[in-house]
Design a protein around this ligand. Structure first.
Ligand code: AMP
Ligand code: TRP
Length: 333
């Protein structure tokens, strides 16, 4: 960890099983960043409880998400990997920032608007304020860059607003983070409705492929993926289903879509889909095996998250103290 490396922070909620969208769109890119940046990758369990979680499920998934980071090649020696609730500064800084955020700002968050419409009165207060916790996650580490998908851009804008406000109200404290959208950032779409992003929270299991899906299930789901009646493997917005499958094949094999288009010029969808499924399996099977090994080695996992929390805690505590001092709290020691 050298001083002059830029800092990256990102996290995934253990609120559902991870999909190949999380893998190709997020985790796989993290692997490419680990030598150039000082990276903090967190399993954001505090965020996950903004909606009801079954205790045994969130416990299992938290470890599974951490194991997936490592199995995908995110090296625990090069990055700081930790579980959010193990670093209490996140919740504390979240409170301090809550008092520097306006309700009006939170009410404008489109994700909150969508979800509160769906769940009505039973939406938790945490769901409204969670972007502030996200701001705390990022600002505690003075992150320069935050790799996030489009759906999180608005939250990152809010983070910047909160940071600027705090800096102006007190004195310069936080770096203003930028979103980091990787160049070849794959956006994997829903297999049943390719105008939507593939999501682990979809009601229809045929619309996503989980990182832990068995080869047979992967073959079935790809086979059932929506295409069109044109019958040509062409990279075109008029064929969103085929385009999505081409993207998946491209990120799974490292080949570009033009080559793929040429290769399948005279072949039908059946052949194409078969190859897409096999490419996913080839990429994902070694990851699955490593995840299983890691989950059977709880002591090793524990050593990773304990070590990560220790490193994260050191940095986060320092920033939290700075915030408290600027706000005017009496120092505790
Ligand atoms: P989420 O599962 O929505 O909490 O997202 C966690 C991370 O995975 C974020 O960085 C997202 O941008 C990324 N991600 C989730 N779904 C997809 C997808 N279908 N395509 C690309 N990236 C995704
Ligand atoms: N809110 C993000 C999501 O739902 C997860 C997240 C929490 C996050 N804290 C973060 C992402 C900090 C980047 C940086 O996907």
């Amino acid at each position: 960890m050298s001083e002059d490396k830029k800092v990256i922070f990102s996290g995934i909620q253990p609120s559902g099983n991870l999909t190949i969208g999380n893998y190709f769109g997020a985790i796989k890119n993290w692997v490419k960043l680990q030598d150039k940046y000082d990276c903090y990758y967190c399993v954001v369990d505090l965020h996950a409880i903004t909606v009801r979680q079954e205790p045994k499920d969130i416990r299992r998934r938290t470890l599974e998400v951490l194991a997936t980071y490592i199995a995908s090649g995110v090296d625990p020696e090069k990055n700081t990997l930790f579980i959010q609730s193990h670093v209490s500064a996140h919740a504390e800084a979240g409170w301090l920032l809550n008092c520097n955020t306006y309700i009006g700002e939170l009410n404008r968050m489109t994700q909150f608007k969508d979800k509160s419409q769906r769940y009505g009165e039973s939406v938790s207060a945490g769901l409204l304020t969670y972007p502030v916790l996200m701001a705390a996650d990022i600002l505690l580490y003075n992150a320069d860059l935050v790799p996030v998908g489009n759906d999180q851009k608005q939250h990152l804008e809010l983070t910047r607003d909160i940071a600027n406000r705090f800096n102006n109200t007190y004195s310069p404290t936080f770096k203003i983070p930028d979103p980091y959208i990787p160049k070849e950032g794959a956006r994997i779409m829903d297999l049943q409705n390719p105008s939507k992003k593939m999501s682990k929270s979809s009601d229809n299991p045929n619309s996503y492929i989980l990182i832990m899906d068995t080869p047979d299930i992967i073959r079935k789901k790809i086979n059932r993926a929506v295409t069109d009646s044109l019958g040509v493997v062409k990279y075109s917005d008029d064929q969103p289903g085929v385009k999505n499958l081409m993207n998946i094949l491209s990120v799974a094999t490292g080949r570009n879509v033009n080559d793929i288009e040429k290769e399948y010029e005279k072949l039908g969808y059946a052949e194409f889909k078969k190859d897409v499924a096999e490419a996913i399996i080839r990429e994902i099977e070694p990851v699955q095996n490593k995840v299983k090994d890691l989950l059977n080695n709880k002591e090793y996992l524990e050593s990773i998250y304990k070590n990560g929390a220790e490193k994260a805690n050191y940095v986060a505590r320092k920033m939290l103290s700075k915030m408290q001092r600027k706000i005017g709290f009496v120092a505790s020691r």
